[in-house]
Ligand binder design. Structure first.
Ligand SMILES: [Zn+2]
Length: 118
């Protein structure tokens, strides 16, 4: 949505608000390297995107956005969800391993007691 200031209303990562951000060439962002607007992943050549520099008109924060086919964003969201699920599973496996080690330790202690009795 256009506003009376120059730019487009979008999420500013610094303000953490929807606010007016001006589009500029990525070359205007000092930290940016490479400065190209059109990039292709060297590993996954189907991943191609167009970058835009942005300057928040509220806080002057400079950041970078990219345009990419929406299916790749969907893939990212699915992968994040899968990663979250895997992290939960790994945490459960870690907890189970700790419980198993504790039970094994108790079993060893009980066996030692039995050996001293017998
Ligand atoms: Zn801002």
């Amino acid at each position: 949505m256009k506003t009376d200031t120059v730019g487009t209303d979008m999420w500013c990562p610094e303000c953490r608000l929807m606010t007016c951000c001006k589009a500029v060439s990525p070359a205007e962002l000092d930290y940016l390297n490479p400065r190209n607007q059109r990039l292709v992943s060297s590993k996954d050549t189907d991943l191609q995107w167009f970058r835009r520099g942005r300057i928040c008109q509220r806080c002057n924060h400079k950041f970078l956005t990219c345009e990419i086919q929406e299916c790749y964003l969907s893939e990212l969201l699915e992968l994040r969800e899968a990663n979250e699920h895997m992290t939960e599973l790994l945490t459960k496996a870690d907890d189970a391993q700790r419980e198993l080690l504790a039970a094994f330790h108790k079993l060893n202690e009980a066996l030692s007691e039995l050996q001293t009795i017998g």
